[in-house]
Design a protein around this ligand. Structure first.
Ligand SMILES: Cc1cc2nc3c(=O)[nH]c(=O)nc-3n(C[C@H](O)[C@H](O)[C@H](O)COP(=O)(O)OP(=O)(O)OC[C@H]3O[C@@H](n4cnc5c(N)ncnc54)[C@H](O)[C@@H]3O)c2cc1C
Length: 469
């Protein structure tokens, strides 16, 4: 039940919203959240980061059990898939995490108001709950954290059964014989990897002439090569213009991006993974006068304030990378600002991870970005084939690349393609946050034998003095 007046009410309980609410409560602000979905935690916990990582983990082990175990002398026979059990494993991961958010909100005395929130005036949110029950919540500050929704392709209807978004791709009842993925971004490649490991033939159609746009091109090309070796087929510079679902098999029409001869690709399931769009439906932003940009994102200043006094916004609904940890950091920052502190997010140091095998993790600038900005840099690269632990584990795919300012040696970008890259990128982020030079990483003692020694060697390679190469 909502109390009469709050200091802060956050609309949405994704990683942006619930983290913001907890931080605000820690700082002594009387706080509530409004959530329209049955469970707390938003996209990330319910249909995003958590379930996808549970499926990636399980399917990676499934594949390892079939391919890597025998050569390590582990005989378990040919693994067979119990898909319902794997789905249960994933659902338990989601359940544990959403219950965790519920616990944390209670622990911090944050009220959770259930229903669709709509801003009806300065400091006033109307919440429409189940069964048409409506209540009005009053607050000094409103934080919009309503996240994002799946981007759709014109003319292709997502039914979440055969033509699916990431949400449907996380609950397929059986392994599709053929999976067509539209979009070679993070979500398409992660979920494409899951279903390939479980037995699907996967084709990825991408409009651009490269995969994972925004990632350092050299890294992206190597990544594509490794995914191709695993059996994923890429059709770049191509677009899916329609899907005929009248027959037993789906028939996707694929054309060159620049126009030209069409071809038909058959599939059992088509996964539309062309990105996500900010979600502001029914929030009452137009009536409240809150400005959005031409991509539908809520516009905010450096302090996450919209143009309407008392209304702030964070996470996927504003500009910037659509990542859970970016939303979380903005949640903390805006709570601190509302409490009179100096909340801040360093957008130059936001790591980005693709949790395939191998993983691809990066933080900071790519070579293309540095060239475009006219920044002179030195690059140091170290392959995992020369790393002792990677050799011991026989996981030698990929490399670490460090880009450092040519004059000051300050680290400007770190890119890691390899097993466990997602964990290794944290070291680079800490170093960059502290303004480290490549020399600083190079002179930091790294435990042996570990994969992060490759980070140290790449830092040494910036100064052309890698030891093991
Ligand atoms: C398949 C997939 C995998 C992903 N994997 C990763 C990953 O590995 N790492 C990563 O960093 N990011 C990942 N993401 C992205 C990540 O999920 C988002 O960046 C993150 O959830 C954004 O957080 P948010 O708080 O801004 O919004 P969301 O998590 O989208 O939460 C918004 C919440 O607001 C609620 N809401 C909306 N409107 C209203 C309203 N009017 N009233 C009440 N409630 C409302 C919604 O119900 C929802 O609960 C993934 C996304 C997907 C789809």
């Amino acid at each position: 039940m909502a109390d009469s007046r709050y200091d802060v009410v956050v609309i949405g309980t994704g990683p942006g919203g619930y983290v913001c609410a907890i931080r605000a409560a820690q700082l002594g602000l009387k706080t509530a959240v409004v959530e329209k979905d049955k469970t707390l935690g938003g996209t990330c916990l319910n249909v995003g980061c958590i379930p996808s990582k549970a499926m990636l983990h399980a399917s990676e082990l499934f594949e390892e059990a079939g391919h890597a175990f025998p050569k390590m002398g582990i005989k378990v026979g040919k693994p067979s898939l119990d898909l319902p059990a794997m789905m249960k494993f994933k659902d338990e991961a989601v359940d544990g995490n959403v219950k965790g958010v519920d616990f944390l909100l209670r622990k911090n005395k944050v009220d959770a108001v259930r229903g669709v929130g709509r801003i009806i005036g300065p400091g006033k949110i109307e919440v429409n709950g189940e069964g048409g029950k409506t209540q009005t919540v009053e607050t000094k500050h409103i934080v919009i954290a309503t996240g994002s929704d799946v981007a759709r392709l014109k003319g292709i209807e997502i039914d979440e059964k055969r033509i699916v978004s990431s949400t449907g791709a996380l609950v397929l009842g059986k392994v599709p014989e053929k999976l067509l993925v539209v979009g070679a971004g993070v979500i398409g490649l992660e979920l494409g990897s899951v279903w390939r490991r479980l037995g699907a033939q996967v084709t990825v159609v991408e409009f651009l002439d490269r995969i994972v746009p925004g990632i350092d091109l050299d890294v992206a090309k190597n990544f594509q090569r490794l995914l191709e070796k695993q059996g994923i087929v890429f059709k770049l510079s191509s677009k899916v213009t329609g899907v005929d679902s009248s027959g037993k098999k789906l028939k996707a029409t694929v054309e060159p991006a620049a126009g030209g001869a069409k071809e038909t690709i058959e599939a059992d399931v088509v996964l539309v993974a062309i990105g996500r769009v900010p979600y502001t439906e029914g929030l009452g932003l137009e009536e409240a006068g809150v400005k959005k940009d031409n991509r539908g994102r809520v516009m905010v200043d450096d302090h996450f304030a919209t143009n309407v006094p008392g209304i702030y916004a964070i996470g996927d609904v504003i500009a910037g990378p659509m990542l859970a940890h970016k939303a979380e950091d903005e949640g903390v920052a805006v709570a601190e600002i509302l409490a009179g502190q100096a909340g801040h997010v360093n957008y130059d140091v936001i790591p980005n991870v693709i949790y395939t095998y191998p993983e691809l993790a990066s933080v900071g600038k790519s070579e293309e970005e540095l060239k475009q900005a006219g920044v002179a840099y030195n690059a140091g690269k170290f392959p995992f084939t020369a790393n002792g632990r990677a050799k011991a584990n026989q996981q030698t795919e990929g490399f670490v690349k460090i880009l450092a300012d040519a004059k000051t040696d300050r680290v400007l970008g770190v890119h890691i393609l390899g097993a466990d890259a997602g964990n290794m990128i944290a070291e680079a982020a800490v170093a960059m946050e502290f303004g480290a030079a490549a020399e600083d990483i190079a002179r930091t003692c790294h435990a042996h034998p570990t994969l992060p020694e490759a980070v140290k060697e790449a830092a040494l390679a910036v100064g052309k003095r890698a030891i093991h190469m």
